[in-house]
Design a binder for this molecule. Structure first.
Ligand code: PMP
Length: 362
C-alpha cells in the first residue's frame, strides 16, 4: 500500500489521515469499552455519548442556535431531494428552485410530484457555468421554500455567499461545501449534506432543520421519511449508521483542531487559488469550465485542448501518484476535488504536473 496517493475523487473523498489513524487504533476498542463501535448497541450509553459528541461538533462548527435540530439520516443527499418537498411542500403550494447544475436539476425534478415547482434561475443555457448574484433572483414571498445547491460538484460552480430569501425558508444542498467556510446559518431553514465529501464516509446524510419547519408535513408519510418523527427520536427512529456517525464526530474534532471553518477556508482558498492560477496562466492550454465569479473552491473543473489530451493527462497524473481526476461523465474534462481534508501539498504536486505537461504537449 502506498501512503502517497493524492486522491482528487469527488466523493467518497480523502479523509483526514489523523482521523483514519484514530479510527484504526480504536477499531476493536472504542473509548476503552473493549468493543468496536460497530459492535455496541445504538441504544447504549456509550453510543449516546458518541452521538452527542458528533452533534455538538456540528453545532459548534456551524454555530447553530438552539432552535435548529441536527439529524443524522440515511438515503444520501438524493433522498433529501424527495424528503424536502414531502415534508415542506403542500400540493397547493409552490416551491422555487435555483438550478445551477446537475444536482440542483435533479432536486427540482424530484419535487414535481409533491406540489408546484418553479425554476427561478437556471444556468442550463450557459452550460451550468454561472451562479446568480445576491439579489438577482426574485423570490415570491408566498413560496413554500427556495432551494439551491451551494456547490455543484460536477459542474464546479459555487455560491460564494449565503443566499438571502427574506422570510421564505431557504433549503440548501451543501453536500460538497459544508464546513469549507463559515456561513450565516440563520439565513437557512434547512441544510442537508451527504457526508462523503467534507464530513466522513458515505451512508450518512446530515440534515440541519429549523424547528418551526418540523411541523409542516403536509403529506401522509412513513415515519422514516418524516423529519418530525426523526427529530423526536434523536435520529434513532431505527438503527442509525453508527460507524459513520462516529467517524463524522472524529472529523468534526479534527476540523476544530484546525481552527474551524474560518481557518480551513483560508487553506481552501489557497488550494483553489493555486489551481485557477495554473489554468489562467497556461495561455489557453487549460480552460476553466466555470465563469470566473462562479468558480468552486471545492471542485475545480477544466479541460485540455482535446479529449485525447484529457485522457493522457489523467493517465500521467495516475502514474505520478494522483488519482480521481477524470471529470464526471456528464461533462467530461478534468475535475480536481479539493475538499477540507485534501492537502495543499497535493495541489502543488498537481500544479507542477500541469505546467510540465503543458510544456511537453502545448
Ligand atoms: N448533491 C450534491 C451537490 C452532490 O455532490 C451529490 C453527490 N455527489 C448528491 C447531491 C447526491 O448525493 P448522494 O449520492 O449522497 O445521494
Amino acid at each position: 500500500m502506498s501512503d502517497h496517493i493524492y486522491n482528487f475523487s469527488a466523493g467518497p473523498a480523502m479523509m483526514p489521515p489523523e482521523v483514519l489513524e484514530q479510527a484504526a487504533a480504536e477499531l476493536r476498542d472504542v473509548r476503552g469499552s473493549g468493543m468496536s463501535v460497530m459492535e455496541i448497541s445504538h441504544r447504549s450509553s456509550l453510543f449516546g455519548e458518541i452521538l452527542a459528541d458528533a452533534e455538538s461538533g456540528i453545532r459548534r462548527l456551524l454555530g447553530l442556535p438552539k432552535n435548529y435540530r441536527v439529524l443524522f439520516l440515511q438515503g444520501g443527499a438524493t433522498l433529501q431531494f424527495s424528503m424536502v418537498p414531502m415534508n415542506l411542500l403542500a400540493p397547493v403550494d409552490t416551491a422555487e428552485y435555483i438550478v445551477t447544475g446537475y444536482w440542483g436539476k435533479k432536486a427540482a425534478k424530484c419535487a414535481v410530484q409533491y406540489g408546484d415547482v418553479r425554476t427561478v434561475y437556471s444556468g442550463e443555457n450557459s452550460g451550468f457555468t454561472t451562479v446568480p448574484q445576491q439579489g438577482e433572483v426574485r423570490v415570491s414571498p408566498n413560496a413554500a421554500y427556495l432551494h439551491y445547491t451551494s456547490n455543484e460538484t460536477i459542474d464546479g460552480v459555487e455560491f460564494g455567499y449565503d443566499l438571502d430569501a427574506g422570510s421564505v425558508p431557504v433549503v440548501c444542498d451543501m453536500s460538497s461545501d459544508i464546513l469549507s467556510r463559515p456561513i450565516d446559518v440563520e439565513k437557512y431553514g434547512l441544510i442537508y449534506a451527504g457526508a462523503q465529501k467534507n464530513l466522513g464516509p458515505s451512508g450518512l446524510v446530515l440534515v440541519v432543520i429549523r424547528e418551526d419547519l418540523l411541523d409542516r408535513s403536509p403529506h401522509e408519510l412513513p415515519d422514516l421519511l418524516t423529519y418530525k418523527v426523526l427529530a423526536d427520536n434523536d435520529s434513532m427512529a431505527n438503527t442509525p449508521n453508527t460507524w459513520a456517525i462516529y467517524l463524522l464526530g472524529l472529523v468534526c474534532g479534527w476540523l476544530e483542531k484546525q481552527g474551524g471553518a474560518a481557518a480551513i477556508e483560508r487553506v481552501n482558498r489557497e488550494k483553489a487559488r493555486l489551481l485557477y492560477e495554473a489554468i489562467d496562466k497556461s495561455d489557453g492550454f487549460y480552460s476553466g469550465r466555470a465563469a470566473a465569479d462562479a468558480r468552486s473552491q471545492m471542485n475545480v473543473t477544466f479541460s485540455l485542448p482535446s479529449a485525447d489530451l484529457d485522457a493522457k493527462f489523467v493517465k500521467e497524473a495516475e502514474a505520478n501518484g494522483m488519482s480521481g481526476l477524470k471529470g464526471h461523465r456528464a461533462v467530461g474534462g478534468i475535475r480536481a476535488s479539493i475538499y477540507n481534508a485534501f492537502p495543499l501539498a497535493g495541489v502543488e504536486h498537481l500544479v507542477d504536473l500541469m505546467s510540465e505537461f503543458a510544456r511537453r504537449n502545448g
